[in-house]
Design a protein around this ligand. Structure first.
Ligand SMILES: [Zn+2]
Length: 83
């Protein structure tokens, strides 16, 4: 009866390639987290094509002031009455 275990050696870490889900070693893998040069290039190509859009919310000066002075009343809205 064999008691061979499939456990990886100590220090080994297997990850799934983000492109093809193939198992690949994390350590000693210059292409990580990808399994191959091909997968890496495909993924980089997607970024270049804008398929992965990172939502960026522009921060205005008003947002910064609101965050810095929480609780203070905003008096700029009533400035029209002075005109
Ligand atoms: Zn892959």
């Amino acid at each position: 009866m064999s008691t061979k275990s499939q456990r990886p050696e100590k220090g080994q870490l297997w990850i799934a390639c983000p492109r093809c889900r193939q198992r690949t070693l994390y350590w000693d893998n210059p292409l990580r987290p990808f399994c191959s040069d091909r997968c890496k290039l495909v993924d980089l190509g997607n970024w270049a094509d804008g398929k992965y859009a990172i939502p960026v919310k522009p921060v205005s000066e008003g947002d910064l002031q609101a965050a810095g002075s929480a609780g203070e009343p905003d008096a700029t809205d009533s400035s029209d009455e002075n005109i």
